[in-house]
Design a protein around this ligand. Sequence first.
Ligand SMILES: Cc1cc2nc3c(=O)[nH]c(=O)nc-3n(C[C@H](O)[C@H](O)[C@H](O)COP(=O)(O)OP(=O)(O)OC[C@H]3O[C@@H](n4cnc5c(N)ncnc54)[C@H](O)[C@@H]3O)c2cc1C
Length: 396
Amino acid sequence: MDFAYSAEDLKFRDDLRRWLTANLPAGWGRTVFEPKDEDERARFRLDWEKKLFKGGWNGIAWPKQYGGRGATLIEQGIFAEEMARARAPEGLNIIGRNLTGSTLLHHGTEAQKQRFLPKILSGEEVWCQGFSEPNAGSDLASVKCQAARDGDHFVVNGQKIWTSFAQYAQWCILLARTDPSLPKHKGISFLLVDMKTPGITIRPLRQISGESEFNESFFDDVRVPAQNLVGELNGGWKIAMTTLAYERGPEDALGRQIRFKLELDQLLETASTLKRGGKAAIDDPVLRQKLAKSVVEIELMRLNCLRSFSKSLKGEPPGPSASMLKLYWSHVTQSMYETALETLGPLAPLGEGDSLSPADGRFQLSFLQSRAFTIYSGSSEIQRNIIAERVLGLPK
Ligand SMILES: Cc1cc2nc3c(=O)[nH]c(=O)nc-3n(C[C@H](O)[C@H](O)[C@H](O)COP(=O)(O)OP(=O)(O)OC[C@H]3O[C@@H](n4cnc5c(N)ncnc54)[C@H](O)[C@@H]3O)c2cc1C
């Protein structure tokens, strides 16, 4: 694992650092933060993404002809690290960039790439992912949403659920059944759906955190031009697997680790200053033990990320090892946020805006958000199944 940077890599890093200093709001991450209101935050994140694009920093791994800058893997690693260190905001169009774009680069026609990719990076078109249904989550191949061919269109009928950002999206990657008579993995197609098409209804779902990141989406006689089929008719399963590999993959793992490490540092600071029973919380030997466990685990997460990154540098595909990475980071960070609430003790129920709430309720909100880590991008049980069968070679 030798990540010695070349002179070009160091220049890339310094250019990015300079750009971030010039473009993040003054006081960013210390006194200035993202808007609290969900809709305002969505607008803020989209504006940030547009700014990144104008600066030439959005979708850096993509080929130049589609708006990227053809960055090397090392540059992608540096980018993830620097963005995390600067606590740069996340974009709104994560599904567009990480899932749709990456999938189209592999499976899209040239016309589809030219039509869709540049507008993903410029922030003109936000995407959502219409895969999960009420009875097709882990068992995704059971999707029932139908797309029937009618001349030069497909007519889509059915329901999707947990569609993140659908309320902000102009487009959707949709998995639909195009031949119910074929075995379930073989009768599915991958469509690109314009969310303005008549017949689409979006209903936000309110989450435990009080936010509504995801939605139920209903499709009633929605007409989708046949040219928006990606890959072959009934060949959507293979394409969806590419999308999921990008969703679980190690591309931004290094940055994620740094963001969690910054959270842990803030937790250690809170534990050192917060008084419990007349002493600093960190002096409680049981709590101290748990905090130390998180320190070790977040460091192990870094080493896991580096191992995975090192494999990518050698040209090895992420494969099932992406499941090990995902399983590990999701559980250790959940455990870190549980320790965070224990650190706050009786103050833990106090949320944002309460003058007595340590760190303005951020740990409480992060704890609630962390419950989703072991569900999305494939639940922990599914990751364990993959590791058992494909890494350890155990029988099904
Ligand atoms: C924050 C968040 C955002 C999401 N965003 C999107 C999105 O934008 N688009 C989208 O399409 N989906 C999205 N999802 C949905 C996500 O992909 C599903 O929640 C996930 O695949 C699990 O499916 P499910 O919820 O239907 O649970 P189920 O599949 O019903 O699983 C229920 C339980 O059974 C277990 N289980 C199921 N099958 C097995 C098995 N074979 N072996 C062992 N255990 C099993 C699961 O691990 C789980 O504990 C999102 C989910 C979350 C939490």
